[in-house]
Design a protein around this ligand. Structure first.
Ligand SMILES: Cc1ncc(COP(=O)(O)O)c(C=O)c1O
Length: 378
């Protein structure tokens, strides 16, 4: 029997009531438990791995690891600034974009204030709002996407941060640049808008975001990007924010000076030079996404059309049971009950072989269900 530990009196109640973020199950853990070779399609990583150029750079620089990294990340910021046509002082680096989300919450929020986003969006934001003693405000999604009208209507004088992931995780949907333009007209300038574009490189739609134009025009907004997805460097932890100068200056006041390791910086620099790896990753994802969407739909699952490297799948039953059944077959996906989406799984697009294996596992799972449940799911 497990007894619940009483909270420490030294920890403020707004910290002790936080439900910690639950990461995807590590592949080594599953392989150890089941004694089989598993595949992990649970954390939206790049199945092709890091750019070979990034790996070379890490090997070349590892011998300098006794030195502290460049605290300002000069060369990486310089390259990113040139690439995005913004001034260097509009850029800040983070140990992944999640660190920047946390730093933004610590900078702008505190007790009595609020951070606004949607239910069914990236949970690191509401958790990070809670860290500060502020209140996370959540409006429901509409058709698996942000309801921008409902978000605009929910703004009140306590809201200092408004977080939007575009495309959204876990539903894989986007809102267009025109929709964002209209939305921003309804957001007062004293609310900082965080536009998280972790999956932007997978989007192949001409009506998608012009986020950096808002920054160039001086809007009170910050765009977050990461090297964890298309560049395949999730394990090295590097992301960046491009935003209003005041936002960057404020984050820099509380950022730990050596937050991005030297190996992460050199790997990211090299990854930016590897257009071929990016193109290969986009192409592999395009095919895999189409294959999985088609095959999983054919099996009777509800698959939300996605513009990213993952799919939101409604299984029609208790998705945690489906997750467990897939796990027994060595296929790790992400159950979403921890986000109050108990009938849903998130499946990352893998390699050709991994995608085939995931479809076979779902086919076995569906076939093993009693006919009554199969019908209920159809
Ligand atoms: C919307 C979104 N933002 C940020 C991240 C995290 O990125 P990073 O690895 O840069 O912290 C993720 C990762 O799953 C994500 O889905």
């Amino acid at each position: 029997m497990t007894t619940k530990k009483p909270p420490s009196p030294l920890v403020p109640s707004y910290i002790s009531r936080i439900q910690p973020y639950i990461p995807g199950k590590p592949i080594e853990e599953v392989e150890r438990e089941l004694g089989l070779v598993a595949i992990k399609l649970a954390s939206n990583e790049n199945p092709l791995g890091p750019s070979p150029k990034a790996m070379e750079a890490v090997v070349k620089h590892v011998g300098q690891s006794h030195r502290y990294p460049d605290a300002g990340g000069y060369y990486l910021r310089e390259k990113l600034a040139a690439r995005h046509n913004v001034e260097m002082n509009r850029l800040v680096l983070g140990a992944g974009s999640t660190e920047l989300i946390q730093l933004l919450c610590h900078t702008y929020l505190g007790p009595g204030l609020a951070g606004l986003t949607s239910e069914g969006s990236f949970v690191v934001f509401p958790i990070s709002v809670g860290f500060t003693g502020a209140e996370p405000l959540l409006v429901p999604l509409k058709d698996y996407a942000y309801d921008l009208d409902a978000l605009a209507a929910r703004l009140d004088e306590r809201v200092r941060l408004l977080y939007l992931a575009n495309p959204n995780n876990p539903t894989g949907t986007l809102f267009t640049a025109a929709e964002m333009d209209r939305f921003l007209e309804r957001v007062p300038e004293n609310v900082l808008v965080i536009l998280d574009e972790a999956y932007c490189d997978y989007v192949e739609r001409p009506d998608y975001s012009r986020s950096l134009d808002y920054v160039r025009a001086g809007r009170y907004l910050v765009v977050l990007r990461t090297f964890s997805k298309i560049h395949g460097l999730a394990g090295l932890r590097v992301g960046y924010g491009i935003g209003h100068r005041d936002v960057i200056d404020s984050i820099n006041k509380i950022r730990s000076p050596f937050n991005v390791s030297s190996l992460a910086q050199v790997a990211a620099l090299a990854a930016l030079e590897d257009a071929e790896h990016v193109a290969r990753s986009v192409e592999s994802n395009r095919r895999g996404l189409a294959f999985l969407t088609r095959e999983l739909t054919r099996l009777g699952l509800k698959v939300v059309p996605s513009v990213t490297n993952f799919l939101y799948v409604e299984t029609g039953g208790e998705a945690r049971e489906d997750f467990r059944a897939l796990l027994q077959m060595g296929v790790i996906v992400r159950p979403l009950d921890f986000m109050d989406m108990p009938a849903s799984l998130r499946v990352t697009v893998g390699t050709v072989e991994e995608n085939q294996r995931v479809v076979e596992a779902f086919a076995k799972r569906m076939a093993a269900l009693e006919p009554g449940r199969q019908r209920a799911r159809a």
